[in-house]
Design a binder for this molecule. Structure first.
Ligand SMILES: C[S@@+](CC[C@H](N)C(=O)[O-])C[C@H]1O[C@@H](n2cnc3c(N)ncnc32)[C@H](O)[C@@H]1O
Length: 248
């Protein structure tokens, strides 16, 4: 089914109140050490919810999405920012980007849905597109950690009422084929190294999402990945929402 972009993705920031509050309270504090920078690559920007903020932290921003509707919307939205270049791709390759030319890779709220083979294809590309010393921040699924649990084998007729009663929580279309561990392994196989992985809950209690921060393997001493299990991500969102409402 075709997505109705009437709110340009702003609706997904509802737990934080606004995308502005989500950027300032949750995303920016996690990446601020690496910004501003020279060239940013954003994968799957949609209608530019995060491009809008990222564009002020770089000399050049490449935004690549597989949807022509999204790329057209980004071109219009950022028409007055010539350093933002928007490209349509085939959903897995980054041939329009020069090798070793990217300082910072960013993707939020998109890789959570993609299949393992697509994530793998991109990670392979990222290993060649990142500069030595470059960094990446990708929000992806960790739902695979839960798919072998007995509750995932319950029939829908049973899980739906339990979700309504808030006894179980919903998976929000997270991809069951991806985990933090698998993402880490794919990075290692493609010349990248995860520095930290923050496993976070998304609307429910389970840590079905992961925020991975990575570098090129040849650009840093390879310490073991720091894994943070954060069950308070949505509490953080609720606090940010309250604070931003008070300030308005
Ligand atoms: C849920 S939207 C999120 C958009 C944006 N990141 C945001 O947070 O507002 C998912 C986006 O991912 C894009 N997308 C999905 N699969 C993709 C792929 N394999 N390659 C590039 N873009 C993809 C879709 O076209 C859409 O723009």
């Amino acid at each position: 089914m075709k997505y109705d972009w009437k709110q340009a993705g702003e609706e997904w920031s509802e737990p934080w109140g606004t995308s502005d509050a989500q950027w300032n309270g949750t995303i920016f504090p996690r990446i601020r050490d690496w910004l501003p920078t020279g060239t940013i690559l954003e994968i799957a920007p949609g209608f530019g919810r995060w491009t809008h903020f990222l564009k002020d932290y770089c000399d050049e921003l490449w935004a690549v999405d597989k949807s022509s509707e999204c790329i057209e919307a980004c071109r219009q939205r950022f028409a007055s920012a010539p350093h933002v270049r928007c490209y349509l791709n085939d959903g897995r390759s980054l041939s329009m980007i020069r090798d070793s030319s990217i300082d910072f890779i960013f993707s939020f709220d998109s890789f959570v849905h993609t299949n393992r083979d697509v994530v793998e294809a991109y990670v392979r590309e990222l290993g060649t597109k990142l500069k030595v010393g470059g960094k990446g921040f990708i929000h992806h699924s960790n739902f695979g950690e839960y798919v072998s649990s007995p509750r995932e084998r319950l029939p829908d007729a049973l899980t739906k009422p339990l979700i309504k009663l808030q006894i179980l929580d919903w998976a929000h279309h997270r991809n069951p084929g991806m985990t933090a561990e698998l993402f880490r392994v794919l990075c290692e196989q493609n010349g990248l190294h995860c520095i930290t992985q923050e496993l976070v809950n998304w609307r429910g209690r389970r840590l079905i999402d992961c925020l991975s921060l990575f570098v090129r393997s040849d650009s840093a001493e390879e310490n073991a990945t720091k894994i943070i299990r954060n069950p308070n991500f949505m509490r953080e969102a609720a606090r940010i929402r309250r604070e931003s409402r008070r300030q308005r």
